[in-house]
Design a protein around this ligand. Structure first.
Ligand SMILES: NC(=O)c1ccc[n+]([C@@H]2O[C@H](COP(=O)([O-])OP(=O)(O)OC[C@H]3O[C@@H](n4cnc5c(N)ncnc54)[C@H](O)[C@@H]3O)[C@@H](O)[C@H]2O)c1
Length: 401
């Protein structure tokens, strides 16, 4: 089949490389630099090696393009563009909208359009399909389906092949064609009765994580006030063989999914007349963690951070990836600066962030570990400052969250 994947980021590039083992894939992205690098065999995301990319380019089964006309004559279009929050923390479907416009203007033969971008229930039926149809010059009857992506960048044990994939079409034909497409490179397909179920399941998976992370972050605060070690408590609770799932406290949640997706569910809930109070409260707890941490660090350091050199260690939102989207490190830097600290950051995996380069892991008065990458040793971190506060539980000998 001829497949076009719109968006060549974490999700789009990963799915392109799996699909290109079987199909002829064009990865469309509006970022010229990303496209030219991909066509030179240089991967920009974890999980897709440049070697693998070069092999696919060489086989002629994959190429990247900025040209919207690459959509002409394609059998399957996969939408894998960002679905962030706007400045009011409401769903921003502008990238989906621009992908729909591209499809409407360039796809002149009937195709199967699959959405892999995360969004609220009803997106494929009430948003994507109408957004494409209203812009078509002449009516073309496409098929529409949803198969939410569950990729966890950087993870090696679960990938597109062995992670169960939910899917459903707007019509039985769309469902059947979606099954045919994914079964060519995924081992485990789970059909659900409607696209809305698949869309809701994806949002709930991440909401479950967001709420549980907020709960342990609250427990971390309670434990500290009571003089109890929160991680030991969680390990102790984790010995129960049923009815308990362990989550770890942290500086907050980051990445494109956990801090964002629950707000898509909350928004659609509110529009349906239901207040998503758990989701809202979990958001508040997680977003307040950096302020709480800055307060603890201030208290431990004589009650003032004015003029103190504070190094934030690890600004990626999780270990061993370069992704800084929604990273709690950004909120922590602001919270520390608001208390008068002179803040710099170190992260050799990220390298450059907001136009600044990673600073040396040394010479600070205070270090606060947000993310601990494998390439940064505990010993190096402990040597970087006389006082080290660790939010990860991985730097033994540091003050723990
Ligand atoms: N990153 C993850 O771990 C993950 C996991 C599961 C689901 N998702 C979801 O998948 C979707 C994509 O996320 P991502 O992490 O791959 O994003 P990303 O930012 O890594 O990549 C998106 C790419 O889309 C391109 N793009 C944006 N609008 C475009 C357009 N109109 N035409 C062509 N290209 C366009 C951008 O240039 C970018 O390269 C989101 O809805 C996200 O919530 C992400």
């Amino acid at each position: 089949m001829r497949v076009c994947v719109i968006g060549q980021g974490y999700v789009g590039l990963t799915i392109s490389t799996f699909a290109a083992k079987i199909h002829e894939v064009v990865g469309i992205d509006r970022n010229d630099e990303v496209v030219s690098q991909l066509n030179m065999g240089i991967s920009h995301i974890e999980g897709v090696s440049s070697e693998k990319l070069k092999l696919l380019l060489h086989s002629g089964k994959y190429r990247a393009s900025v040209e919207e006309s690459a959509l002409i004559g394609t059998d399957i279009v996969v939408i894998a563009v960002p679905t962030p929050l706007d400045s009011n923390r409401k769903p921003d479907l502008s990238y989906i909208d621009s992908a729909c416009q591209m499809i409407a203007e360039n796809l002149t033969t009937p195709a199967l359009i699959i959405n892999e971008s995360t969004s609220f229930p009803g997106t494929i039926r009430n948003y994507i399909k109408p957004a494409i149809e209203k812009r078509q010059k002449k009516i073309i009857e496409h098929q529409y389906s949803i198969s939410p992506e569950r990729v966890d960048p950087g993870r090696e044990d679960f990938n597109q092949k062995n992670t169960a994939r939910l899917y459903a079409g707007l019509t039985p034909e769309a469902t059947a064609r979606t099954r045919e497409f994914y079964s060519s490179f995924c081992d485990n397909l789970v059909e659900v009765s409607s696209p809305e179920v698949a869309e809701a399941a994806k949002l709930f998976e991440n909401t479950f994580r967001q709420v549980n992370i907020a709960l342990v972050n609250e427990l971390a605060q309670i434990s500290h006030a009571l003089g109890i070690d929160v991680r030991e408590t969680l390990n102790a609770a984790g010995t129960k063989p049923y009815g308990f799932m362990k989550f770890a406290p942290s500086a907050g949640v980051g990445g494109h999914c956990i801090p964002v997706d629950p707000s898509y569910l909350a928004d659609v809930a509110e529009k349906a007349g239901v207040q998503a109070t758990f989701i809202q409260r979990a958001n508040e707890v997680n977003l307040d963690m950096p302020k709480y941490i800055a307060g603890r660090v201030e208290k431990d350091n004589g009650g003032s951070l004015k003029g103190k050199k504070v190094l934030v260690v690890g600004v990626a939102y999780k270990p061993n990836v370069a992704d800084t989207r929604e990273t709690p490190a950004a909120l922590l830097i602001t919270a520390l600066e608001n208390l008068g600290a002179i803040v710099s950051w170190n992260d050799p995996v990220v390298g450059s962030w907001h136009g600044n380069d990673s600073m040396a892991l040394s010479g600070a008065d205070i270090a606060v570990v947000v993310t601990k990458h494998d390439v940064v040793s505990e010993a190096e971190i402990l040597k970087s400052a006389p006082y080290v506060f660790d939010t990860t539980g991985k730097v033994k000998g540091a003050v723990q969250l």
